[in-house]
Design a protein around this ligand. Structure first.
Ligand code: AMP
Ligand code: MG
Length: 275
């Protein structure tokens, strides 16, 4: 069974995040130590394959892979980028982090800034937060009228099908952490001087809206998991599990894309390089 089947949100199904253990390790042995050892060893193998296939994707120059990472503060979006994609050729991979829109961005439609950053042919694009913020933080804080954000699910689905109609494969990951785990990670940002820079008091404000965020995520996962651009719910309380799971799904997806470098220009067997 492909690993992605463990996480994929079946289109049209309903999502109850509370029913999915954030500290689960589906697909790995029940014994925690054994699971971790295996996951860490397999992560290295997954990464090697990702690096190899990215070389071919870049050489082929006909298709792109877009990876969307979403999750609550401290859910491990940055960590996933670091651990899953280290070693990938930076020439063919770009990471974009989406913050509160600038004035210039806020004066346009919500997809304007996103569309400019989708990966061109040959590349992997990683979105650390994305257009989904416009149905998450925007919904939780009523940043636009309800009628406006309600329309956006369909707009997002149309936008994603536009991208796929071109040349882009889309993979979406929701990093599912528990409220308890978030508390520990926020505390670590306070306690560890090297992590102090990550601590934002605003994150404590957002934490107060935990339940509303969970509802907003459920809606996005339900309405925008399509057959072609599925959402994956990744249990993310254990960092090693999160890295293993995302790497496995990315690897499977790249293997299924199976990019091939273009055939040589002319008959190379006849080429002689003079001394
Ligand atoms: P971080 O990912 O920790 O750097 O935080 C980025 C912040 O930008 C988060 O609090 C997001 O909710 C916020 N953000 C991202 N996109 C939007 C958006 N479209 N509207 C409002 N806030 C956003
Ligand atoms: Mg933050």
């Amino acid at each position: 069974m492909p690993t992605s089947d463990l996480f994929r949100v079946t289109p049209g199904s309903s999502v109850k995040l509370a029913a999915i253990p954030a500290d689960g390790t589906p697909g790995l042995p029940d014994d925690g130590d054994q699971a971790r050892t295996l996951a860490e060893a397999e992560l290295i193998k997954h990464r090697e394959r990702i690096i190899d296939i990215q070389y071919d994707l870049w050489a082929e120059d006909r298709r792109a892979l877009l990876i969307v990472l979403q999750g609550m503060d401290t859910s491990g979006k940055d960590g996933a980028v670091r651990h899953v994609f280290s070693g990938v050729n930076p020439q063919g991979c770009r990471v974009w982090s989406f913050k509160k829109p600038s004035e210039e961005e806020a004066d346009r439609d919500f997809l304007w800034r996103i569309h400019q950053r989708v990966p061109p042919k040959g590349e992997i694009g990683i979105f650390n937060r994305s257009h989904y913020e416009d149905v998450l933080v925007v919904r939780v804080h009523n940043l636009v009228p309800e009628a406006t954000w309600r329309q956006r699910y369909d707009m997002i689905n149309s936008f994603e099908s536009l991208l796929m109609d071109g040349h882009t494969t889309i993979l979406k990951f929701f990093l599912h952490i528990s409220k308890k785990e978030q508390k520990e990670r926020l505390q670590a940002r306070l306690d560890n001087p090297r992590k102090n820079w990550k601590f934002e008091t605003g994150d404590l404000e957002e934490r107060k809206h935990w339940d509303e965020y969970q509802r907003a995520y459920e809606a996005a996962l339900e309405k925008c998991s399509t057959a072609a651009a599925p959402w994956h719910i990744i249990p993310a309380d254990r960092k090693w599990y999160r890295n293993w799971a995302i790497a496995a799904v990315v690897r499977e997806t790249l293997e299924a894309m199976n990019p091939k470098p273009p055939s040589p220009r002319g008959d190379l067997s006849k080429v002689r390089i003079e001394d």
